[in-house]
Design a protein around this ligand. Sequence first.
Ligand code: NDP
Length: 633
Amino acid sequence: MEFDKKHNQRTDMSFDPDFLENKYKTERDKRIREDGNDQYIEVKGEFSYFVEDPYVDEEIKREPVEDEVEVLIIGGGFGGMLAAARLREAGIDNFRIIEKAGDFGGTWYWNRYPGASCDIESYVYFPLLEETGFIPKKKYTDAAETLEYCRILSKKFKLYKNVFFQTEVTSTKWNEETKQWTVNTNKNDSIKANYVVHSNGPLNRPKLPAIKGINNFKGHTFHTSRWDYEYTGGTSYGNLTNLKGKKVAVIGTGATAVQCVPHLGETAEKLYVFQRTPSSIDERNNKETDSEWLTSQKPGWHNKRRNNFESLLTGAPVKEDLVSDGWTEAFRLLFGSLRSKAPSKFRMLSWALTSITSQEMYKLGFKQYMTNKAMTHMDIRNAIQIADYQKMEMVRARADEVVQDRATAESLKPYYNQFCKRPCFHDEYLQTFNKPNVTLVDTDGKGVNQISENGIMFEGKEYQVDCIIFATGFEVGTDYSRRAGYQIYGVDGISISEKWQDGLSTFHGMHSKGFPNCFFFGPAQSGFTATYTYSLDEQSVHLAYILKSAREQGISRIEASQEAEDKWVKTIIEKARLTADFQEKCTPGYYNNEGKINQNPQNNFYGAGPIEFFALLKKWRSKGSLDGLTLKS
Ligand code: NDP
């Protein structure tokens, strides 16, 4: 690679940055729509069959329960399991988990579609690996193994005796007199709890595009997160034998579709893949675990590894790349573009810095660096943008190399910065479009907007199919209680929807004034990690620390102070500037609130990255004073 040192720019570029800049803008502009998130319909009423649980054999019938627990955890996914595990470690055993599914697993309980797997390295993704001693089979795990791991974890921490499955919370209400929450469920339970932990999953509610005629379709249909194996045959490893002789349509080409499309293409007589925006598909290169290597790791290796991975992904300084895969390579390219000249602070979230202004860089504390003229602000922006173009050119070249039909290959090329959408890694997806029974229907950013009795209508043509599969993702930017499926009523009966109607307001993303003894898990106003289990574990450690301290100090009421909350919201808004301009240039999707960026910058995660956020929480704990929380005994 040749470098123009003066401009900190590659000189051997085989692409035209001006052309790409325009192309990215054109592709973005044609996808921006006025209705934003409202283009999707809520999966309820006549659509509620899309969220029925296809994985339970029979409904659990039990008498309603009226009792009392110290901690009630809503959600039995990794967040709920980790919260419970960390509470047990802290000696707090009086808790109950409420979970709507038939087992633990959360996202992995629901997402068992063929090919479902995780492309974050398993040695990083699986939490508490040292505690369980589990050896994942491969570098990248799959849905079946992850679900198995959830069961191992639940057994190890004896969680099965503390859970109500197939139970949905309908409301939680605070009682100031008793200083307790009352949690009601669809099984008519009424449970009193000193503390409630809301770990209901950021991507838990399937969403459907509001397509004209969606309910007129006479064939079979389902969402990928409720895969109908009775209809397709097979398992999450594929072999969908019942699809022989069937015509199938998939709507959507995000991370989920990328994994299930190869299996559908394998057996369906005809497969149409309806694309609005192509995903970026990089190599995956999965491989068997070397168990000798894993078992010979020194204690503390797991935390070191996941910290190393997330550090690399956010530009925090690291000496080596332990994971060394498509994710870290992408970031190494971006940061490498800054060469060693840029201070580590500059490398933080460097992908977001492609659009930041000099003034903002000054405000963010890069003044000293800016004035020593080692590299100007424009140099940095250019270098990062060029590195991103370079990486995406490689991704686009792969489509050309793999896909035989020229027009199809062209349609499969993503024209946006790599982290505008979730990057995908797959070694069979692009190849599937070489099969004679598979057709990509490129809607050129328009999306499917009409369904007939017999199939999908697009530009005057009817694509007749037996089955339509919605790979259209999950609600993100909608009201909290709509996504959670229940309302939270705090002090004076104020609901969380009312409190947050003008924007999220929390302290550390976990507490919200007016909602005492209530703990929120998730990325909102908190640290957002590619390895989501890592954030959940950090939140669990934090929760356990607070509840243990409360117990030791005889505290029974914990609430964010107004001052601490205001300060935190201000921090979130300030840090959100780091990513806002970057997102503005991106094609719409759930990463950038469907293109409606910064309508409210407080509805964001902690913009300086998870490593800084975790360090901040750790420092807060080390003070031991529970600063920012109003405490009553
Ligand atoms: P996404 O929200 O990422 O994708 C939804 C897809 O539906 C997009 O391609 C979207 O197009 C498309 N779409 C929506 N409306 C229409 C329409 N009217 N016509 C045509 N297409 C439409 O959901 P996924 O379930 O794919 O993924 C959700 C998240 O889950 C991922 O981002 C990732 O975080 C996680 N995941 C991780 C995996 C992994 O580890 N490999 C695997 C699977 C999921 P457009 O882009 O234009 O909006």
